[in-house]
Design a protein around this ligand. Structure first.
Ligand code: SAM
Length: 331
């Protein structure tokens, strides 16, 4: 167990077609959301079991009020070597400096297009300039190891790969291209819309010459490549080449459901024992017992299920259980 992704909210200020396309969802009840103290306590339990990388995500984590306070608490936990956050950047200009001061180590900002009209069509919001301002603010804080994550979708943005690489160079940020994943529900995923790792590499080779793959040094999801001009970028090929065998990540939803795989259909409720007074040792025992039985290979299994025409989660099931939504699981 090396990495924990903590979703801070199931709410988001964008409505990306591939993730959360509808305006209204079955939201998590407010009183179920973990408080900062509870998140800290659970993180402490995970860290004592070997987790050293923590990523804050959502929903949109910057919608969580008082976020720097949580960052300060988590950054102060001995054992947290890497504290990162994934954000859509819309509110980042206001918060970047405070987050750095609070002890955040790294930021990943999602940016699928450099064209405002495409952004509006994808996200149903007109906040592209805010995202760019957020990226500029992140650069200005001096936070190093800035990443830009781009979901590549055929017919939407596969013609922007070179522009995004150039944008990343200007911002001293590493761009990572993510294969479009089928996360279920109303997102309208089809295999034809997946622009594969192979195609991404071919597209970039036409402009820059062939990229060379760098040796993997950790269990991070991206494979990294270097272009002939020295630019490094990543590809997260969860759809065509899943990396379940080396995955050491688990996820905590904003209401304390622990998921051992992005594609897991069930999780473990850690909020109830926590609120019932479980000690750190009780939590550690609960977590260890379950992690030892972990056999999840969600993304690999999805390949076979897709071939049989099975959708990941139907709209009906998503409405019954909001935990199955990508924005609740913490992408
Ligand atoms: N709101 C934050 C953001 O936009 O970065 C954090 C949550 S978001 C669910 C985390 C990441 O998941 C984003 O980079 C997003 O692009 C990615 N994502 C969501 N749905 C996806 C899908 N269907 N396929 C691939 N990546 C997806």
């Amino acid at each position: 167990m090396g990495a924990l992704r903590i979703s801070l909210t199931d709410r988001c200020n964008l409505r990306c077609r591939y993730c959360m396309p509808e305006e209204e969802y079955a939201w998590l009840p407010r009183e179920d959301l973990l408080t900062f103290e509870e998140i800290e306590r659970l993180t402490e339990a995970f860290v004592s079991l070997g987790v050293d990388k923590v990523r804050l995500t959502g929903g949109e984590p910057l919608l969580r009020r008082g976020l720097p306070e949580l960052v300060r608490r988590l950054a102060g936990l001995p054992g947290v070597k890497d504290l990162a956050m994934t954000t859509n950047g819309v509110l980042l200009a206001k918060h970047a400096e405070q987050l750095r001061e609070a002890g955040l180590h790294r930021l990943t900002i999602s940016l699928d297009t450099l064209r405002p009209e495409r952004f509006s069509a994808l996200t149903r919001r007109g906040t592209h300039p805010d995202v760019l301002a957020g990226i500029n603010a992140a650069v200005a804080t001096g936070l190093t190891d800035l990443k830009i994550d781009t979901v590549v979708m055929r017919g939407f943005n596969e013609d922007e790969l070179v522009d995004l690489i150039e944008f990343g160079k200007n911002m001293s940020a590493e761009v990572r291209f993510i294969e479009y994943m089928d996360v279920g529900g109303a997102t309208g995923w089809t295999p034809e819309k997946v622009f594969s790792r192979k195609e991404i590499l071919e597209t970039l080779a036409q402009e820059y010459g062939p990229a060379e793959e760098l040796r993997k040094t950790d269990a991070a999801p991206a494979d990294r490549f270097v272009l002939p001009d020295g630019t490094v970028f990543g590809i997260i090929s969860s759809t065509t080449q899943p990396f379940c065998a080396t995955c050491d990540r688990s996820r905590l939803t904003a209401d304390g459901m622990w998921l051992r795989c992005l594609y897991a259909m069930t999780g473990t409720d850690l909020r109830t024992p926590l609120r019932d007074g479980a000690s750190l040792d009780d939590l550690r025992d609960l977590i260890t017992g379950i992690w030892q039985q972990r056999r999840d290979r969600g993304a690999v299994e999805r390949i076979g299920q897709r071939a049989r025409g099975q959708v990941f989660v139907s709209l009906e099931n998503l409405k019954r259980d909001p935990h199955l939504e990508m924005h609740t699981r913490g992408g």
